[in-house]
Write a protein that binds this ligand. Structure first.
Ligand SMILES: Cc1cc2nc3c(=O)[nH]c(=O)nc-3n(C[C@H](O)[C@H](O)[C@H](O)COP(=O)(O)O)c2cc1C
Length: 220
């Protein structure tokens, strides 16, 4: 059973970053989430520090940590997501992939995995080759999780583009590209399922924390 709430802003959840405090990947994700906010969404960011707190996903172990459950519940309630990864040795980083593997816990949901959700994809890399190939790889992962990659994805060459602070970027074109990723995710959510309120049965009656703006979560 699905009900519709025309007052609710869609929730866009961001997953991404690296263990580095000045992670350009996480900062790029922040720009995209602010683009989603400008398009009418609430956002929540799971950055590198949080992703690093997740244990390696072990499907045979029924125990889940509080952090794993927090991520699972947030994605369960999300109307769209933005995923940002560095290119590590030609692929998605283990840190980000582990978070995505944790979403296996959503397999039995009314909306399994990322079903029905727009997914913006962002890749940072020291060069155009990995930026392009890892973006394709990340989109393949999204397809496997039944998500809908947004038409525009951002590949960023961090040898050319610097993120010297949380909210600064050396290239205005990249800022526009990241905002476009966020806007497309939010617009898809608004058009497709932004007003959709999952049934209580579908979410197991669990409550989600109130969404927090992305900018408030960058300081950690
Ligand atoms: C373990 C490791 C593997 C990497 N592998 C690649 C690679 O295969 N191709 C590439 O272009 N950059 C590679 N890089 C560079 C990162 O993709 C790049 O520095 C990225 O922007 C780092 O993101 P961050 O600033 O969020 O930490 C690698 C970096 C690390 C630490």
């Amino acid at each position: 059973m699905t009900s519709f709430n025309h007052q609710r802003r869609p929730l866009v959840v961001g997953i991404g970053g690296t263990t580095r405090a000045a992670s350009s990947t996480e900062r790029a994700l922040g720009f995209a989430l602010r683009g989603a906010e400008a398009a009418g969404a609430d956002t929540r960011l799971f950055g590198g520090t949080f992703l690093h707190s997740l244990p390696h996903y072990a499907p045979e172990n029924p125990q889940r940590t509080a952090e794993q459950l927090e991520l699972i519940e947030a994605v369960r309630h999300a109307d769209a997501l933005i995923i940002a990864t560095p290119g590590y040795h030609g692929g998605v980083s283990g840190l980000v992939k582990n978070a995505l593997d944790t979403l296996e816990e959503l397999r039995a949901d009314e909306r399994p995995y990322l079903d029905g959700r727009a997914i913006g994809c962002i890749v940072t890399a020291y060069g155009w080759q990995a930026a392009g190939s890892v973006l394709t790889s990340l989109r393949s992962i999204v397809h496997a999780l039944r998500g809908w990659p947004t038409p525009f994805g951002a590949g960023i060459n961090t040898l050319e583009t610097r993120f010297d602070a949380v909210d600064t970027c050396s290239d205005a074109k990249v800022v526009d590209q990241l905002a476009t990723v966020g806007q497309q995710a939010a617009q898809f959510a608004l058009a497709f399922n932004g007003h959709r309120t999952p049934s209580v049965a579908a979410v197991g009656g669990a409550a989600i924390k109130e969404a927090q703006p992305a900018r408030l979560l960058h300081a950690v």
